[in-house]
Design a protein around this ligand. Sequence first.
Ligand code: GLU
Length: 451
Amino acid sequence: MATNAQRYCNELYRRIVERNANEPEFHQTVQEVLSSLVPVLDKNPEYIELGIVERIVEPERQFIFRVPWMDDTGKVRVNRGFRVQFNSAIGPYKGGLRFHPSVNVSIVKFLGFEQTFKNSLTSLPMGGGKGGSDFDPKGKSDAEVMRFCQSYMTELYRYIGPNTDVPAGDLGVGGREIGYLFGQYKRIKGGYENGVLTGKGLTYGGSLARPEATGYGIAYFCQEMMKSKGTSFDGKTVAVSGFGNVTWGTVKKINELGGKVVTLSGPDGYIYDPDGITGEKVEYLLEMRASCRDRVEDYADQYGVMFNPGEKPWGVKVDVVIPCATQNEIIIDDAKKIVSNGVKFVCEGANMPCTNDAIEYFIENGVYLGPSKAANAGGVAVSGLEMSQNSMRLAWSFEEVDVKLKTIMLNIYRSASKAAEDYGYKDNLVVGANIAGFIKVAEAMKAQGSV
Ligand code: GLU
């Protein structure tokens, strides 16, 4: 028999789909979170009565704007810019900017919704937001990227600030883009507010270990998952996807922890390197990204390993799987291959890399799954530490930041796993992370009244 909370969530989900048509990624994340919250709402019906669930799924504010820029031939191009300010109950809106042709309202909303819970899990005071543009950095010159970033910021600056909304990077937005965005913000505002963006360069307020943070955090989180089952990375083979910043940090740390990463992927296919991606090969990832070619085949050419065009690495027999590329890169058929290869640990590095049916399949088949909200929170956690350093006008050493990051990841693991156990879902970290992330935001919203 369906409980009140279950009926409420089903009805709310139906209305969300109706009112937000053509936003499949947003529906997907809402469905996943709402289904996890049923046991919490059964115990605490006031979260329904006070409209907290209904408010948490509705962004506080959304902006869509025109971004005109001139290409190197003198032609005017027009892209669409987005920023969604999802939830500010526990701190200023915080979340990255994604530059990729697939960016639309659905993508930005799904990312902003996820970010709200992820940021809550870090235990730092950050609300949820996300933004970006359908601008494609692939094949663009440095000058074109700069002009685009300047135009984008010329509109975005109105909505952001160190105490209101603090963007950072995501796919297609790294140190170079953050530099151009910050330069334009500073020029328009006429003051040095470096806490307005994170992921900055070290010469102007960036934090040591921010580039490594997302990947290191994923490896720390996965290590905790393995430790709780009496094992470790030592001697394990790992299939990783992507080749960008998240993949780079993950591979670096897994190597240190004794694991061997044997795959990488890009939009063109995947590479298999049986000797492991180690040493200078890890740093080659940075070159591939900087080239803006968006091809992983370059790695195969450089190191003479196997390239599999048009395929994902999920059929490769390994011990651990860590998707680090993008949303929905593991669908149900991939999940079946992964399970049949005997994989026991899947840790989500990218945001929402597994479809909901793939997640269910993993859990039903005894795979221990680390959900992205928890596992990849290290990036935004160190962004939070960058904000702290900017406010204090000082800079911590790499080791100081890394120790804090490790502690944060350990605490996220513990709170997700405890919440799962407390609500009768032992070992379901998806449910645990959603519940732990939700409760802090919900309590803050309750204390602040119906705003
Ligand atoms: N884009 C990253 C994420 O998905 C980092 C966001 C940030 O540092 O604000 O969490």
